[in-house]
Design a protein around this ligand. Structure first.
Ligand code: 2HA
Ligand code: ZN
Length: 273
């Protein structure tokens, strides 16, 4: 017999993470979306995987993900409400054999569909799996201070990365590859998905100027922690600017020493030896 999916660790993690993102003020209204790659073996403990509720066509090719399972937040759904009503606000889907459709196996009750950012999520999964076999999670949120920085700071990736690294000593260790930034684009489109996935080749954080941030990781905790760390640095930057600007900072030499001590390789071009 099947176990109750409401007790599944992957579902509990989705509930806890959406609640945390809401509590932190990073996902107002229907803002934000998460997709989490889960093993067939894990899904099979809770669901009859031969039973498909609905099949929905997709406008892009996700053949590399054919047969893979994801738990995903719903389009137009509020993170605030996920914990009280997971079967309406979340769904489990499998990418069709043709790579041009997905099959809903559970959730999205009442006729819901996956997040409007599904193209970006799936394209990012394809990209991250190419460079990291342990990749599992794509997370999008409207992290307040990071969005603020996209108005006040240069949108050059090297400069943006350097500022974040300087604001909290931990940043360089958590994201040594720095951040990616794409131009402002209309959300929910295949085009913004392609642009984001292109940057996900060598970074795990991509900024959407005046909108939010995408993070990628191997676990829910790691992905949340990545965004949380970048957002904390952006918050410190906000306070530093409000206090009148930097009088001193962590020097490039000190950041290089930090990288060496923690065994990470800083993105080339940010620090001068
Ligand atoms: O799902 O955040 O980018 C709402 C959004 C779209
Ligand atoms: Zn958004």
């Amino acid at each position: 017999m099947y176990q109750d999916i409401l007790t599944a660790p992957f579902l509990r993690e989705m509930c806890e993470t959406t609640a945390n993102l809401y509590r932190l003020g990073w996902d107002e209204r229907n803002g934000g979306n998460i997709s989490y790659l889960i093993d067939e073996e894990e899904v099979s403990k809770y669901l009859d995987i031969t039973h498909v509720e609905r099949t929905v066509p997709m406008s892009f090719d996700a053949a590399e993900l054919a047969g893979k399972y994801f738990i995903v937040t719903g389009s137009g759904k509020y993170f605030k409400n996920v914990i009280a009503n997971p079967s309406v606000n979340l769904g489990v889907l499998r990418i069709g054999k043709d790579g041009r459709s997905y099959e809903i196996l559970w959730g999205f009750e009442g006729g819901g569909v996956p997040t409007s950012e599904l193209p970006t999520h799936l394209m990012n999964h394809m990209q991250r799996l190419k460079v990291d076999a342990n990749h599992r999670v794509i997370m999008h949120c409207h992290a307040t201070h990071l969005i603020g920085m996209t108005f006040t700071h240069h949108l050059d990736e090297i400069e943006f990365t350097k500022t974040l690294w300087e604001m909290c000593t931990e940043c360089l260790v958590v994201f040594p590859e720095g951040v990616g930034i794409i131009p402002w684009m209309v959300p929910g489109t295949d085009a913004i998905g392609e642009a984001t996935a292109e940057r996900m080749k060598d970074v795990r954080i991509v900024m959407w100027p005046h909108h939010g941030v995408f993070g990628a990781g191997t676990t829910m905790d790691e992905t949340f922690g990545l965004i949380e760390t970048a957002e904390k640095a952006a918050q410190v930057y906000t306070i530093v600017c409000a206090q009148g600007g930097k009088k001193q900072t962590i020097s490039d030499r000190q950041l290089l020493d930090l990288a060496e001590s923690f065994g990470v390789t800083p993105r080339p071009g940010v620090l001068q030896a």
